[in-house]
Ligand binder design. Sequence first.
Ligand SMILES: Nc1ncnc2c1ncn2[C@@H]1O[C@H](COP(=O)(O)OP(=O)(O)O)[C@@H](O)[C@H]1O
Ligand SMILES: [Mg+2]
Length: 228
Amino acid sequence: MPVIAFANPKGGAGKTTSALLLATELASKGAQVTVIDADPERWISQWGKLPGKPETVTIISDVSEDTVVDLIEAAELTAQFVIVDLEGTASLMVSNAIGMADLVVIPIQGSSMDARGGAKTIKLIRNQEKMSRRKITHAVVLTRTSAAITSRALKNVSQQLQAGGIDIFKTAIVERAAFRDLFDYGGTLSTLDPALTSNLDKAMQNAREFSGEIIARLKAAVAAKAAA
Ligand SMILES: Nc1ncnc2c1ncn2[C@@H]1O[C@H](COP(=O)(O)OP(=O)(O)O)[C@@H](O)[C@H]1O
Ligand SMILES: [Mg+2]
């Protein structure tokens, strides 16, 4: 089943946050999700130890550059979605995981627009495409954008990336307390208390739209593969 890897050698780009949002969103819809936690910070593994983790989420925590390929392959056999949260460096582990991915999501902080990490990731993907002689679907998601940011500013950024031939998610992941609270309190967005976490409804809508776009890209990738 599809493998979705989150990659950007830049730390703090929002890889772990967007990976957990996708995992919890898919799991709360009933999908069996395996997260390969290849981030040395192990945030998702720690989240998994808090109460409220859906039964449908399995977390694999012990991952190295030698084992990542086999672990992804094994997870594909049992899970409906395999999500790989990668470390914030360009390493053999990252290349290996990208080589196994059906979709690579490249989070880039919208506020700082530090696209350098993103460019590095795209170069890695292009190398893996050459080595494996197949296309690897990839797209940029802008993260930590301000809820107040003008849609015009985001449009400009999107246009710049698109001019470079880079696919970009229409949904940006907004800076939200809810996305931080998940890591502190565990569970999913729907188990957080709306009285204690501000704008929870908006955060939930944001996560839904993001995962909807992921599904659409996976479907397109499958269709393209079938047509090839
Ligand atoms: N959309 C967001 N809203 C609020 N905080 C965020 C958001 N995205 C990331 N953060 C915070 O920014 C920091 C880095 O994010 P993280 O997802 O761990 O990035 P990475 O995995 O790329 O290093 C964390 O403290 C995280 O809680
Ligand atoms: Mg991380």
